[in-house]
Design a protein around this ligand. Structure first.
Ligand code: PEP
Ligand code: MG
Length: 592
């Protein structure tokens, strides 16, 4: 038997067995100064020099193992590698060792503090970026000096990556080629790092209480991303049982992928358009291969994460044009920047906010930074000329905000026309429904837009007041809560009365329990990570629209989440065949 079994929230399917690595940052500023004698100067300078070389090498390795599509991330890593030789950092640290007789760690820390102090006087954005970069590089060198390098996932040694938390930026920066599975102590059902793990096809479990206290670096673990369990030091019998399950899961995936490119039609002949959520151009071919009929959510902020410089309009134009081309005529819905909250970028200023999820994020952030927003709109409108494309705006609270956006869009259009640029003159525009205010004011908004796209991840968070990434309250994060369901129903009814369509692009769309409820609302399209598409299409083919409509009539009368969950569970079990067991096993407990 395993030494210990931990439980968490399964957020990305699959089973992995391997040695664990626990990622930990050495925070600069945590160390108190430590002094050396004169005879130790050369030794400390050598230690520092080795740490710098090792840091350079790990940036080099990260560059070599970076998936081909992450070109902008490659630029950043290359720049960080170059900064390892920055004389400001190297010479000052060496001088601090020699003149102030500080050990290498303290000398590096002092050098970074001095550099920060110097540049803090200078208003220029470029210098501020330089400080951020040097700090990042300094942290990596410090990790090498202290023997802890969170990003050093050695080549050729696949590992199970564990951490207290992973930001979307961390997830991108890690060399995930060698990561078999990801496990975190924090995080909730729809945290962004989890969404990224899913899009990269890595099994993941989040919200594992006491993870840091329990696990020992180097231990062998089994991660079951279907059930949300982690077995520490499993027995041989358990290893072979899980290896068998992993094989069966692969076979199951193979089976559902066979028909994934056919349209999904319910047993009573209702066609459901299934779209993909992507964050990079290079995900598009994979999405099409998985059966996506278009892109329902292009998260444009992903290519801003982990960049130390703001992409130019021409870089953005290239990215969006490439996306349009890769889709070969299929539709794409670009969401304008949804930065802020947990999606922070090194290239832009983010305030230190007490409640970032309620702070300057998404559309609010864009309205605060009009130059950035306009550059993105120019690139989008130009790239979408002649394409089957639409724009949508995240976290729009009310009509005033919508009008501010559409006013900027009109100005940008005028500017492009004046410059004789070719651009999408009549692009359709929609808003994401993520806030209770958007639901309440849906009828007013519907008059001025072309579609709604319901972001159930945030809608659940804001409707129930439950942080989507906080493991402590994840049991309260219930997408089938009556308040969430009534909100969705209201949006669908209002939209259809106004003659506009409703897409769902939150994780509910990829959840086999929520799917029949969404179809019965009835929403028009669903959008999800590519990985989920074959399974969801397979489920759609086993459902009947009439029965889904009936189900929704009944669940809307239920006044507790547990009652809804019970009804949905019974419905799903009665309608789907045995081979779907895999698809549902990871949700066991979620809807009990
Ligand atoms: C959502 O909130 O449901 C959504 C799709 O947006 P994101 O997950 O990127 O916040
Ligand atoms: Mg959202």
């Amino acid at each position: 038997m395993a030494q210990n079994i931990l439980h968490g929230i399964p957020i990305s399917g699959g089973i992995a067995i391997g040695k664990l690595v626990y990622m930990q940052h050495q925070e600069l500023g945590e160390l108190s100064p430590s002094y050396i004698s004169y005879s130790e100067v050369v030794r400390e300078q050598k230690r520092f020099s080795h740490a710098v070389s090792a840091t350079e090498q790990s940036f080099e390795r990260a560059l070599n193992s970076l998936p081909e599509h992450m070109t902008s991330e490659g630029d950043i890593i290359y720049m960080h590698k170059m900064l390892c030789r920055d004389p400001k950092l190297i010479d000052r640290t060496n001088a601090n060792i020699e003149m102030k007789l500080l050990c290498a760690e303290s000398a590096l820390q002092r050098a970074l503090e001095d550099i920060s102090l110097e540049f803090s006087e200078i208003e220029d954005d470029f210098f501020r970026e330089t400080i951020n970069d040097l700090h990042l590089v300094g942290e990596r060198i410090m990790d090498k000096l202290t023997g802890k390098d969170p990003y050093d996932l050695k080549e050729g040694e696949p590992v199970i990556l564990m951490a207290r938390d992973l930001s979307p930026a961390d997830t991108i920066e890690l060399s995930l080629d060698n990561v078999l599975a990801m496990v975190t102590e924090d995080g909730g059902k729809t945290s962004h790092a989890g969404i990224l793990a899913r899009s990269m096809g890595i099994p993941a479990v989040v919200g594992v209480m006491g993870l840091g206290r329990t696990v020992v670096e180097g231990d062998v673990v089994i991660v079951d991303g279907l059930k949300g369990t982690i077995l520490l030091n499993p027995s041989d019998e358990e290893k072979s049982r899980y290896t068998q399950s992993a094989l069966e899961y692969e076979r199951y995936k193979e089976k559902i992928s066979q028909k994934c490119r056919d349209t999904a039609e319910t047993v009573d002949g209702h066609k459901v358009e299934v779209l993909a959520n992507v964050g990079w151009v290079e995900e598009i071919p994979k999405a099409i291969k998985s059966g996506a009929e278009g892109v329902g959510l292009y998260r444009t902020e992903y290519s801003f994460l982990n960049r130390t410089s703001i992409p130019s309009e021409s870089e953005l134009f290239k990215e969006y044009s490439d996306a349009v081309q890769a889709l070969e005529g299929k539709s794409v819905c670009f969401r304008t920047l949804d930065l802020g909250s947990d999606k922070l970028t090194l290239s832009l200023e983010h305030l230190d906010e007490a409640n970032p999820a309620l702070g300057l994020r998404a559309t609010r952030y864009c309205l605060r930074h009009p130059r950035l927003f306009r550059a993105q709109l120019r690139a989008l409108l130009r790239a979408c000329a002649g394409a089957h494309a639409s724009l949508m705006f995240p976290l729009v609270a009310d009509l005033t905000e919508l009008r501010k956006i559409t006013h900027i869009v009109s100005e940008v259009r005028q500017e492009l026309a004046d410059q004789n640029e070719i651009f999408a003159r009549d692009i359709s525009m929609g808003v994401m429904v993520e806030l209770p205010s958007t639901v309440i004011l849906a009828d007013e908004l519907a008059e001025e837009i072309d579609f709604f796209s319901i972001g159930t991840n945030d809608l659940t968070q804001y409707t129930l007041g439950v942080d989507r990434a906080n493991a402590q309250v994840s049991h309260l994060y219930q997408p089938l809560h009556p308040a969430v369901l009534h909100s969705i129903k209201r949006v669908v009814d209002v939209a259809h009365q106004s003659g506009i369509a409703v897409n769902v692009c939150g994780e509910m769309a990829a959840d086999p329990y929520c799917l029949p409820v969404l179809l019965g609302m009835p929403v028009d399209t669903v959008s999800m990570s590519a990985q989920a598409i074959p399974g969801i299409k397979s489920i759609i083919r086993q459902l009947s629209l009439e029965e889904c409509l009936d189900l929704v009539r009944s669940v809307l009368k239920a006044n507790t989440t547990s009652r809804v969950n019970r009804m949905v569970r019974e419905f799903v079990y009665s309608k789907t065949r045995e081979d779907m067991a895999f698809h549902f096993s990871h949700l066991a407990g979620t809807y009990d």
